[in-house]
Design a protein around this ligand. Structure first.
Ligand code: F6P
Length: 323
């Protein structure tokens, strides 16, 4: 192993920079040449590849976004695109790649590593925490903390006006941001794609809450929930409970930015280091995660977006604690 490349792909997530830094510094420590690829797989196709030094990653551990930029690259889905990428990587004699991204990015890496002789290591980087083979993903903890901070502020104004707020958080296919931020802010209901929620039941409860003069209600909805998001939930509540002063807040991309939390910096640093060590040991084509505080390798084709079972006990907790 002599020359490795690192790239960030798919949606950015806070902590990606900390992971890039860890890959670069660990690689240089082992006297490898480390190359950065700009804009994810797109940079492989356009040969936007440059050699990084230790100081290229100075002062980035605390920064959100990604200094390597990111993109979703359609051409890489096609064999011709991957071939072009391979040819460009060969120009730099790259013999190992670290891809920081989500399951779509691992899918690309999996195909690439089957077709060509350059091993790939995937690191889970997404705010959604929707990847099998790891207890958390780089960016999740920061995104949840950003959501909590915002929801706490909403609670202040909800309380002042006795209002009901329906708050939409990110999570296209997974409701972890909703579940964690909902429990942490004392929300009455959490709606997420992994579990069907009857809006009618929520409406009945809201009416009961009103009778017992519980006037502040927070409902946290994952954007991917089957009910159709916060606007739809609020529309149905307004229809049945016109007396409630109902408002909607969609938190949106604020959840993707900002300085990573300690937990995300540690996860990213640990995984970035582990990625280089794995390549050096000849461990190929796996995603590296952390399970029960231990490094775990998952073959790239198994590191997929898994609609995971959510223990129903969590919803009991939501209900009991908000009652
Ligand atoms: O996968 C991360 C995520 O933020 C999802 O939660 C969200 O649905 C999606 O990306 C938004 O994508 P985009 O930034 O392309 O609008």
């Amino acid at each position: 192993l002599n020359n490795i490349a690192v790239l960030t792909s798919g949606g950015d997530a806070p902590g990606m920079n900390a992971a890039v830094r860890a890959v670069v510094r660990t690689g240089i420590y082992h006297q490898l040449n480390v190359f950065g690829v700009m804009y994810g797989y797109r940079g492989m196709l356009t040969n936007d590849i440059f050699q990084m030094e230790s100081k290229s990653v100075a002062n980035i551990i605390q920064r959100g976004g990604t200094i390597l930029k990111t993109a979703r690259c359609k051409e890489f889905y096609e064999y011709e695109g991957r071939k072009k990428a391979y040819e460009n990587l060969k120009k730099h004699n790259i013999d190992g790649i670290v891809v920081i991204g989500g399951d779509g990015s691992f899918n690309g890496a999996q195909k690439f590593s089957q077709e060509f002789d350059i091993p790939c290591i995937g690191l889970p980087g997404t705010i959604d925490k929707d990847i099998a083979g790891t207890d958390s993903t780089i960016g999740f903890d920061t995104a949840v903390n950003t959501a909590i901070e915002a929801i706490d502020k909403i609670r202040d104004t909800a309380d002042a006006h006795d209002r009901l707020f329906v708050i939409e958080v990110m999570g296209r296919d997974a409701g972890y941001i909703a579940l964690h931020s909902g429990i942490s802010t004392g929300a009455e209901h959490v709606l997420m794609p992994e579990r069907k929620t009857e809006v009618n039941e929520i409406i009945e409860e809201l009416q009961a809450n009103e009778r017992r003069k519980k006037l502040v209600n927070l409902i946290v909805v994952a954007e991917g929930d089957e009910t159709g998001g916060a606007n739809e939930v609020a529309r149905r509540i307004k229809e049945s409970c016109p007396q409630l002063d109902t408002r909607v807040t969609i938190l949106g991309h604020i959840q993707r930015g900002g300085s990573p939390t300690c937990q995300d910096r540690i996860l990213a640093s640990r995984l970035g280091y582990a990625a280089v060590e794995a390549l050096r040991e000849g461990i190929h084509n796996v995603m590296i995660g952390v399970v029960n505080d231990k490094i775990q390798y998952t073959p790239l084709d198994k590191a997929v977006k898994a609609k995971q079972e959510i223990d129903p006990e969590w919803f009991k907790i939501v209900k009991i604690l908000a009652s």
